[in-house]
Structure formats: structure tokens, C-alpha cells
Design a protein around this ligand. Structure first.
Ligand code: AHR
Length: 513
């Protein structure tokens, strides 16, 4: 290194220590090879609190406008969002759910106790037909979670026949008797949920054997169902779990391996969803950004057994988890949704894009009124949360070609700890437009950013911005549009280089043509 280079490097690293690193993104528009699978934008609806009952399903005789019992305001909102895939009926509930309780005349369905969530009565009025018709109404692919913990192989095999086969079995006759002639052809099936915990407290070696047995009978052999079967995956950083599944399950029986990871302040002391300190915000973002490390390390193990990446990593539960809203049932997991959640959504989806070759499905937990919900309802009212807006702004990435980027950015510091202030991702859609999603998680500083566009000539740029004064801000039933996307006019284009400023706690999605 000569003296001049040494001086420049020293000055630059000094500036970086002082927080003056220039934020810079180099976008490699000619280097994309992986498609961002739309299913990464999947949702999750469990029989938990008011997610299904009240949130999605109100019944045909309700005053709230509905289509076969499903709220029409919700259907409209979910169509805006372009929900590609929806997981149901749980969660922990799935391993207590017996699907035959939820078919046939509603008045003769048995009522059960929801032992996982609040001990409330579950009358089974929302069942298989309701769920699969709901998926059709919103244009989402269904993802059914089978009961392994307390069910039987026969029960799950019957469910596949009931939903997917044309004719030729008592199950197909039963479906027709219940008013549905044509099968729904549901491809995606979970074989148990969290079987290391609420799904049966199993060891991975035992579960791998059980999985093989269940997966064998989830097909009719003659006319293969071509299911996408997902093994119940690791809890956060349980890498041994992934190793055993990849080693012990024959790969022709396995299309996906799940992973669950939630963001929180401290698991034992989650804190309020809305009244949190900057330190608590920082800790939440640190767990959210850990998704990158988790996905990388689980993928590395999968690569060892499946170098061609045929088996998907399916992050079928992710999102922020806080204390419930004061005065609500602790078993219902109802929480508000602030700009902190918008930050979690923005960075998490960017991480999934980066790993598009392995992460080919994911599910935010959950769709309505539970955990990091995109929609909150109160009787006839419905509001879109900041998380809704991020997922709607980002839906331009669904099915697009992921474009790799090099990102150099400032740190967001609290005390002695630091996180990258900016998260970014880019893709090119089928019509040739490039979209760049940018997140500034720093609640105190805006970020000036330069974007160098390699391998592509840009002529126009437009964008949308989601931000608010405070990271604790949220939408209420009284002020449903306090936080919503607005046009972003701050991008300047010169010589194929873009300069812009990201406000504190903001999400920007740019469209380049
Ligand atoms: O999403 C809430 C619960 O979190 C799910 O039921 C379970 O799978 C997970 O532990």
C-alpha cells in the first residue's frame, strides 16, 4: 500500500468510526439468477384468539358484510396485499385439530375446547371448506398443517384424499355430499408443527421416522399427488434438528423443511407492543436481523445433503412477539403493531430475498388480530397496520428476479452495541422494471444514500415511502390512516447514479424504468 492509499484508508475508517461512512449500494442489474418465490409473502391463520373467529370469519348471519361468512372488508384488503399462500389451522392448534370435526352441517359439528389458546370453546364452524374457499376468494394457495401430535396417519391421508382427489374413495364421496364436486388440489402440507414442543415433544430421530410414515400415505401412489410436504423444522438455532431431518428423511419424500423464529425484546420479559424504550427497540431489531444468520446456517447444513437446493427452507412462522394489549385475554396474543413492526417486516423480507435460492416460502405470524398482524379488527371496523403497508409495498418483488447488491452503510448504535442502519434488496420483474426496497431502522438519523446502478440504464425513478415521527407510532380504529404509504419524491438521478435520503425509521420502495 502506498502512502496516499494509506492516508485515504485511514481517513475513511476514521470517518466510519465517527459514524460518517457514506451509505452506498451497488446494484448488479446483470447478475441475477434466483427468482423470489411469491410464497415468501405467505401468511398464517390459526384458531387462536380472534384471528379466525371475528377476524376472518363472522358467519353468514352476521351484520358485518360477508361472503359465505368471511368478512368482505378483509377479502378486499387481502386482495390488495396479494397474499400468495396461507397456512392453517395452526400452529400448536394444528396438532389437536381433527379435520372431520369441521365438515358437514355446521349445526351438527362437535364443539371442543381450544386447550392451547385461552381454553375457549371451538365450535368448528370454520372448517376445511371454509378455509379452502376463503383461499380461492383471495387468490392464495392453501398450506394445510396436518395433525401428527395427536392424529393418525389414516386421518391425514384421508384429509389429502378429501381435498385433492377427484373421486374413487369414501372421502371423495363425502366431499361431494358436503357440496363440493371438484377437489381443491391443495399442494402444500405441513407434517406436524413444532413437533419438538407443542406438537409432541419428539426427538428429531423419532420424528424423522414418523415423518417417513406419514409422508408415505399422503399420496395415492398411482396418480401422484405431487404434494409439497414440509417437515416440522427447527426452533430457532437448533441446527442438530435440521441435520437429522436432512440426513434421515429420503429426499424424494421431502419438499421443504420448516424454521420458526420470532423477534422480541426478551422471551421472558417481552414488554409492551407500543410503550417501549429505544433499548427495547434495539433488542427487538437485533433478534429480527438474526434471521440472516439462522437462514445462512440452516441452509449450509441443507447444502451438505442437498447441494442442488431442491428442498426449500420454509420459515413458516416469523414476526414480532410482545405482551398482549392491556385488558385482553393473555391466551389470545392480541397486540398492536407499530413502526417497529414495519422495520421487522422490511428487514426480514429483504433477508428472505437474499436467500431466494433456499427460502422459497415463509409465513408471517399471523394474519389478523394475533401477534404481528397485518390487519386488526374491532367488530365492524378493520385497520391496516404498518406491517400491512410494508407487505403491500414489497409485493412488487413477488416472482421477480432477485438482483444482488453490495451494501456499505452506517451503524445504528445504542450503547456499545451496533446494527447496520440500512437494509436493502432489489429485483427485476417480468416487465423489466427494477424495484429496490430500502429500510432505515435508525430512529434518530436520516441516511443519505448513493445507489450505483451497474449493468442497466435507468431513465425514470419513482417511489413510495412509509414513515412516522416515532418508532412507537401506530394506526388506531380512530386514526386508521395515521401511517400509510405516500409518494417518495426524494430520489435524484444523474449519470445512472441515484442519490436519496431515507428518513429515520422508514421504508422506501423505488421503481426504476
Ligand atoms: O404463532 C403462535 C404460536 O407460536 C404457534 O401456535 C406455535 O407454532 C408457535 O410456538
Amino acid at each position: 500500500m502506498n502512502v496516499k492509499t494509506l492516508v485515504i484508508t485511514t481517513v475513511l475508517s476514521g470517518l466510519s468510526v465517527l459514524g460518517w461512512t457514506q451509505n452506498k449500494i451497488t446494484l448488479n442489474a446483470d447478475l441475477g439468477k434466483d427468482t423470489i418465490h411469491p410464497h415468501i409473502y405467505g401468511h398464517f391463520a390459526e384458531h387462536l384468539g380472534s384471528c379466525i373467529y371475528g377476524g376472518i370469519y363472522v358467519g353468514e348471519n352476521a351484520k358485518i358484510p360477508n361472503q359465505e361468512g368471511i368478512r368482505t372488508d378483509l377479502i378486499q384488503a387481502l386482495r390488495e396485499l396479494k397474499v400468495p399462500q396461507l397456512r392453517w389451522p395452526g400452529g400448536c392448534f394444528a396438532d389437536t385439530y381433527h379435520w372431520k370435526d369441521g365438515i358437514g352441517p355446521k349445526s351438527s359439528r362437535p364443539a371442543i375446547k381450544n386447550v392451547w389458546w385461552g381454553g375457549v370453546t371451538e365450535d368448528n364452524s370454520f372448517g376445511t371448506h371454509d378455509f379452502l374457499n376463503f383461499c380461492e376468494a383471495i387468490g392464495a394457495d392453501p398450506y394445510l398443517a396436518g395433525n401428527v401430535g395427536s392424529g393418525t396417519v389414516q386421518e391425514l391421508a384421508d384429509w389429502v384424499k378429501y381435498t385433492n382427489h377427484e373421486s374413487g374413495s369414501p372421502m371423495t364421496d363425502l366431499r361431494k355430499e358436503n357440496g363440493r364436486e371438484k377437489p381443491w388440489k391443495a399442494k402444500m402440507w405441513g407434517v406436524g408443527n413444532e413437533v419438538w414442543g407443542c406438537g409432541g415433544n419428539m426427538k428429531p430421530e423419532y420424528y424423522a421416522n414418523i415423518y417417513r410414515q406419514y409422508a408415505t400415505f399422503m399420496t395415492d401412489w398411482v396418480n401422484s399427488d405431487r404434494l409439497f410436504r414440509v417437515a416440522s423444522g427447527a426452533n430457532v438455532a437448533d441446527y442438530h434438528w435440521t441435520e437429522v431431518l436432512m440426513r434421515d428423511i429420503p429426499h424424494h419424500m421431502l419438499e421443504g423443511v420448516a424454521l420458526h423464529h420470532y423477534s422480541f425484546v426478551e422471551w421472558e420479559k417481552k414488554g409492551s407492543a407500543t410503550q417501549f424504550t429505544e433499548e427495547q427497540y434495539f433488542k427487538t431489531m437485533k433478534t429480527a436481523l438474526r434471521m440472516d444468520e439462522l437462514v445462512t446456517r440452516h441452509s449450509t447444513i441443507m447444502d451438505k445433503y442437498d447441494p442442488a437446493r431442491k428442498i426449500a427452507l420454509v420459515v413458516d412462522e416469523w414476526g414480532g412477539w410482545y405482551e398482549v394489549e392491556p385488558g385482553t385475554n393473555p391466551g389470545f396474543l392480541y397486540q398492536q403493531n407499530t413502526m417497529r413492526d414495519a422495520m421487522i417486516a422490511g428487514v426480514t423480507l429483504n433477508i428472505f430475498h437474499k436467500h431466494a435460492s433456499r427460502v422459497r416460502a415463509a409465513n408471517i405470524a399471523q394474519m389478523v388480530n394475533v401477534l404481528q398482524a397485518v390487519l386488526l379488527t374491532n367488530e365492524e371496523k378493520i385497520i391496516r397496520t404498518p406491517t400491512f403497508h410494508v407487505m403491500e409495498m414489497y409485493n412488487v418483488h413477488q416472482g421477480a428476479l432477485h438482483l444482488p447488491i453490495d451494501l456499505q452503510c452506517n451503524e445504528y448504535k445504542v450503547g456499545v452495541e451496533m446494527l447496520p442502519a440500512i437494509s436493502a434488496s432489489a429485483s427485476r420483474d417480468k416487465s423489466g422494471r427494477i424495484h429496490i426496497s430500502l429500510v432505515n431502522i435508525d430512529p434518530n438519523s436520516s441516511q443519505d444514500l448513493k445507489l450505483d446502478l451497474r449493468g442497466w440504464k435507468v431513465s425514470t425513478v419513482q417511489g413510495r415511502l412509509l414513515t412516522s415521527d416515532k418508532v412507537q407510532d401506530y394506526n388506531t380504529f380512530e386514526r386508521p390512516d395515521k401511517i400509510k404509504p405516500i409518494p417518495f419524491k426524494g430520489a435524484n438521478l444523474k449519470n445512472n447514479e441515484l442519490t436519496l435520503q431515507l428518513p429515520p425509521v422508514s421504508v422506501v420502495v423505488l421503481e426504476l424504468k
